[in-house]
Design a protein around this ligand. Structure first.
Ligand code: 5AD
Ligand code: FES
Length: 362
């Protein structure tokens, strides 16, 4: 048995083991991917669940150094979909049997914003006879707001930690963005009863493979239910762009993102792992490759076509010219190639959540 095989048989993986797995190449890498796929099939099956993603506004109060829609980027044309447009997209998701949708936007903390989301949640629940599952991805908010949204019908929340290393976090954010606040938000979400998702960017400037191993251990220790993580893709209108020459090659970032997914699947067997759109920005078949080695959730973009160009967190975002209808057939075909089935009309909740909370799977 070689070193890698021995690690793959262990019950408990250490930081060194995880680092070694993330550095695997050639036949070792193939072995890692094979093992991750086996674990995925045994614990969550071959179904892939859709979350229709509605990026309803790119207006953002934050100024993260990596993000294309950061507040200080004056090149961005800001938009905010009307309630009618959002509800139309929600109806599209419902009519097309998506099972769930994700409401995502730039981060705004205000009473008006909190009220708007609360009302939208109720309306989406009503138009879908309570059948559409709703995930929110609206950044850091007060505990009270998280509670109101939960009561109004949201049951999952995605809030990436971006990196679990607090000093790296500080390097890629301005001084008034705090790692501790991010953690506090994640804790409240879990306490309130959301299925809680987090994630990191892979291949950031100053980031090492050891940092990434720590990120995986963070996810395990935090006992998250869902993870969405993908490669960092530089954007020329952001402060981090100046480190472009120090980054890993884009193909290495892509490959490391795949290995992160595979290793996470081995570490946390029954969670939901999303195949990030950023993978597809690098490789047209990126998401399908992720599905083959551990991911089981895809978030097709159902934002009305005319707005998609303006939600550019990073450059070369894929499918910005398609209308939601065009994505349907395309995804069906793509996933058949990845040897998977689509769980149409199902919520596809995180099995881990039900085990963790000792409640019944819906
Ligand atoms: N490359 C990759 N992902 C990015 N995000 C923001 N900017 C980038 C980028 N340049 C991710 C962050 C954030 C999510 C909404 O988008 O992880 O949490
Ligand atoms: Fe923070 Fe966009 S400004 S992720």
């Amino acid at each position: 048995m070689n070193e890698l095989e021995a690690i793959l048989q262990k019950e408990i993986l250490t930081r060194d083991d995880l680092t070694r797995l993330l550095k695997s190449e050639g036949v070792d890498r193939e072995m890692l991917f094979r093992k991750a796929n086996e674990i995925k099939l045994a614990h969550v099956g071959k179904k892939v669940y859709f979350r229709g993603l509605i990026e309803f506004s790119n207006i953002c109060s934050k100024d993260c150094y990596y993000c294309g829609i950061r507040n200080s980027n004056k090149q961005v044309k800001r938009y905010n979909l009307s309630d009618e447009e959002i509800l139309k997209a929600a109806r599209f998701a419902y009519d097309n049997n998506y099972g769930s949708l994700v409401l995502q936007s730039g981060e705004i903390e205000s009473e008006a914003f909190a009220n708007r989301i609360e009302d939208l949640l109720k309306e989406i629940k009503a138009l879908s006879a309570d059948k559409l599952g709703i995930t929110l991805s609206l950044g850091e908010q007060s505990e009270e707001v998280y509670r109101r949204w939960f009561k109004a019908g949201a049951h999952r929340y995605l809030l990436r930690i971006e990196t679990s290393n607090s000093s790296l976090y500080q390097k890629i954010h301005p001084d008034n963005h705090y790692f501790e606040s991010r953690l506090k938000s994640l804790r409240s979400l879990q306490e309130i009863g959301y299925q809680t998702g987090t994630g990191v960017m892979i291949g950031l400037p100053f980031q090492t493979v050891e940092h990434l191993a720590d990120d995986l251990l963070f996810m395990q220790k935090f006992n998250v239910d869902m993870v969405g993580m993908g490669p960092y893709i530089e954007h020329s209108d952001t402060p981090l762009f100046k480190y472009q020459s120090e980054l890993w090659d884009i193909n290495k970032r892509f490959d490391m993102a795949l290995k992160m997914i595979a290793v996470l699947r081995i570490l946390m067997k029954d969670i939901n792992i999303a195949a990030a759109t950023a993978l597809q920005a690098i490789d047209p078949m990126g998401r399908e490759k992720a599905v083959r080695i551990g991911a089981n959730v895809i978030m097709p973009n159902i934002t009305p076509g005319s707005y998609r160009n303006n939600y550019a967190l990073y450059q070369n975002k894929p499918c910005v010219d398609e209308e939601p209808e065009q994505c349907m057939g395309c995804l069906d075909a793509r996933l058949a190639i990845a040897d998977s089935e689509i769980g149409y009309g199902e919520w596809g909740d995180s099995k881990h959540f039900y085990k963790r909370t000792n409640s019944q799977l819906k």
